[in-house]
Design a protein around this ligand. Structure first.
Ligand SMILES: NC(=O)c1ccc[n+]([C@@H]2O[C@H](COP(=O)([O-])OP(=O)(O)OC[C@H]3O[C@@H](n4cnc5c(N)ncnc54)[C@H](O)[C@@H]3O)[C@@H](O)[C@H]2O)c1
Ligand SMILES: O=c1ccn([C@@H]2O[C@H](COP(=O)(O)OP(=O)(O)O[C@H]3O[C@H](CO)[C@H](O)[C@H](O)[C@H]3O)[C@@H](O)[C@H]2O)c(=O)[nH]1
Length: 311
């Protein structure tokens, strides 16, 4: 996102405590090491730079871990986001606020594709913490005039098409990088359940290219800066893909087999999550452009090879 902002002519300032992130940030962009809940750091930053907008990505985001450690998720995702919002309210000029929400706010949907007005009943604490922050944003908008967007991404995938950045979590829990790593290393990927009520028995997810996500953030930010309300918006490719389809696409992109071992269902995993993206089209004029599975996996594979270095 920092690269996308810089490419579009903005001057992003990165604030990261590097709890899960990487110190190898884009060259030439200012980076402040600090916690979004550290009032001293954030107040100083807001007073010195008077940013037009804040794009708030800082969170812990593993649904499975959130089931085991809910206290960590409420602390990291709710308490710290509220501290950041307090700083925003104190700021000399209140910036527009774009929040990374998630499809996990919906829980097990009644039907797919899921529109934004579908009931939100998260099935894991991760989704519940993101929904709690969305509630605060709506109330702060009504009471304090906060201009806000909550972008509910489905499954972020792919990598910067120019190869400047990509996914690198430690531990990695996401399907696409793990399937690529299984293809490259020969170490089996564990498939979390084949007994779901889906066409091939594996979970359906809606993968969306990270570059499409970044473009949607820019559009949301610019809509808010023009004074247009945005609110909650789904971001997905609009197509459900099963775990087995992803594995087949990884085999196509890499030309290598993906060894698979069957495992039990992962707690907190809904069977299907597919976005209705009509609202993003209507209010942001956004259309996913790179979110077909083969393109996303091709970009992710190029990044994975670059990250690994020469074999
Ligand atoms: N990856 C996905 O598929 C996906 C889907 C939906 C929503 N999201 C949301 O998008 C956001 C980014 O996800 P990601 O996959 O890039 O995660 P990530 O863990 O790679 O990035 C989160 C970043 O926030 C930083 N951070 C965490 N807590 C912080 C704090 N208190 N103060 C300062 N920095 C802090 C981390 O060091 C890291 O650099 C998250 O909010 C996540 O919930 C991700
Ligand atoms: O080793 C693995 C990893 C994943 N899966 C399966 O692959 C699918 C995708 O799993 P990911 O972990 O890649 O993604 P999630 O759907 O669990 O979660 C992602 O999307 C969510 C919203 O849909 C949240 O926002 C979350 O932050 C984000 O990581 C799931 O059915 C999962 O069970 C496996 O079978 N084996």
């Amino acid at each position: 996102m920092a690269l996308a902002l810089a490419d579009a002519g903005y001057r992003p300032i990165l604030l990261d405590d590097f709890s899960t992130g990487h110190r190898r940030t884009p060259p030439g962009l200012p980076v402040i090491e600090g916690d979004i809940a550290d009032a001293g750091v954030v107040d100083t930053l807001l007073a010195a730079h008077r940013p037009a907008g804040i794009l708030h990505f800082a969170a812990f985001s593993q649904a499975g871990q959130s089931v085991r450690e809910p206290a960590l998720y409420y602390q990291r995702n709710v308490v710290r986001s509220l501290a950041l919002l307090d700083a925003v309210r104190r700021a000399p000029a209140m910036p527009a606020f774009v929040f990374s929400s998630t499809a996990a706010v919906y829980g097990e949907p009644r039907a797919v594709p899921i529109p934004e007005d579908h009931p939100c009943r998260p099935v894991n604490p991760y989704g519940a913490t993101k929904l709690a922050v969305e509630g605060a944003l709506a109330a702060y908008g009504d009471a304090y005039g906060l201009r806000w967007a909550a972008l509910r991404y489905f499954n972020a995938a792919g990598a910067d098409p120019q190869g400047r950045a990509g996914e690198c979590h430690d531990p990695e829990t996401h399907l696409i990088p793990l399937a690529l790593q299984a293809a490259a290393s020969g170490t089996p990927l564990t498939l979390f359940g084949r007994d779901y009520d889906t066409p091939d028995g594996t979970c359906l997810r809606d993968y969306v290219h990270v570059a499409d996500l970044c473009r949607a953030h820019l559009l949301a930010l610019e809509a808010l800066l023009r004074g247009e309300p945005v609110g909650a918006v789904n971001l997905g490719g609009g197509e459900g893909r099963s775990v087995l389809e992803v594995i087949a696409a990884v085999e196509r992109a890499t030309g290598l087999p993906v060894p698979v071992q069957d495992g039990p269902r992962r707690p907190g995993d809904p069977a299907r999550l597919v976005a209705d993206v009509a609202r993003a089209r209507g209010i942001l004029g956004w259309e996913p452009a790179l979110s077909d599975l083969d393109t996303m996996i091709r970009h992710a594979w190029a990044w994975e090879r670059k990250r690994r270095g020469p074999a």
